[in-house]
Design a binder for this molecule. Structure first.
Ligand code: ADP
Ligand code: MG
Length: 208
C-alpha cells in the first residue's frame, strides 16, 4: 500500500462515516450527547480537501488526517482519533507498507489512545474494537494470509467488539455518567472504528 492508496482509503473512510452519520449520532444519543456522527462527519469532511495534496509517504497521509481531525473535531473522539492516526503516522514513514508495517503502527496508535484517554480494554470505548482488531491482524500477519483476508477477519473481530460493548458498563467518557444504564447499548466510538475497518476491508478487497 502506497501513499496514493492511503489517500483512497481515507476517502472511503470519510464516505463510510458520512453514510452512517445519523446512525453514529443515534448511538451517541442513547449513552452520550448525540454528536458522535456530527463530530466525525465534520472532521472527515475537513480531511477530504486536504487529501488532494501531494504525499510521498503513507505516514504523511495519516499525519494530515490526524492534524485535521484534531483541529476540527470538538468532542473527545477528535483528539483520540487524532492521536491514534498521528502515532500511526510516526511509524509509517515509508513510500510503501505491508501488513506487518501496518500492524506495528496500529499497536503504537492504540498505545497513544490508551495514554491519551487513560483507558484500557473493557471500559466501553473505541479500544474495545481497536484492540481485538489489532489482535486479529497480528495473528493474520504471522500466518501470511493476504491482507484482504486479514481485514475480513479483523472486520468480524470489530463486529464482535461492538456487540461486546452492549454487555459492559462504561467507565470512561460521557457514557460513564450513566453507570449501569449504559448497559445494552453499543459504544458509538466502537461503531465508528468498525466502520473504518469495514472501509479498509472493502478497499483491500477491491469491493469499493
Ligand atoms: P464526546 O464524548 O466528547 O461527545 P464523541 O461523541 O465524538 O465525543 O465520542 C465519543 C466516543 O469517544 C465514545 O463512544 C468512546 O468510544 C470514545 N471515548 C470517550 N472517552 C474515551 C477515552 N477516555 N478513551 C478512549 N475512548 C474514549
Ligand atoms: Mg458525544
Amino acid at each position: 500500500m502506497n501513499a496514493r492508496d492511503t489517500v483512497a482509503l481515507f476517502k472511503l473512510i470519510a464516505k463510510e462515516i458520512e453514510d452512517n452519520k445519523t446512525y453514529l449520532t443515534e448511538l451517541d444519543t442513547a449513552i452520550g450527547d448525540a454528536d458522535h456522527g456530527i463530530n466525525l462527519s465534520r472532521g472527515f469532511g475537513a480531511v477530504l480537501p486536504k487529501l488532494e495534496g501531494e504525499f510521498e509517504t503513507v505516514g504523511e497521509v495519516f499525519k494530515t488526517t490526524a492534524m485535521t481531525l484534531i483541529s476540527t473535531v470538538g468532542g473527545a473522539s477528535g483528539p483520540l482519533y487524532g492521536t491514534f492516526f498521528l502515532k500511526m503516522a510516526g511509524a509509517l514513514g515509508k513510500a510503501e507498507i505491508d501488513l506487518s508495517d501496518f500492524v506495528g503502527a496500529l499497536e503504537i496508535g492504540i498505545e497513544g489512545v490508551k495514554a491519551r484517554g487513560k483507558a484500557q480494554k473493557g471500559e466501553k470505548t473505541m479500544l474495545d474494537v481497536l484492540i481485538p482488531v489489532l489482535d486479529s491482524l497480528k495473528n493474520a500477519a504471522t500466518t501470511g494470509i493476504p491482507a484482504k483476508d486479514a481485514f475480513d477477519e479483523a472486520l468480524q473481530a470489530a463486529k464482535d467488539g461492538c456487540e461486546y460493548t452492549k454487555t459492559i458498563i462504561a467507565t470512561k467518557g460521557r457514557a460513564s455518567y450513566l453507570g449501569d444504564r449504559s448497559l445494552g447499548h453499543i459504544d458509538p466510538g466502537c461503531m465508528s472504528s468498525q466502520l473504518m475497518v469495514k472501509a479498509a476491508a472493502a478497499f483491500l478487497g477491491g469491493k469499493a
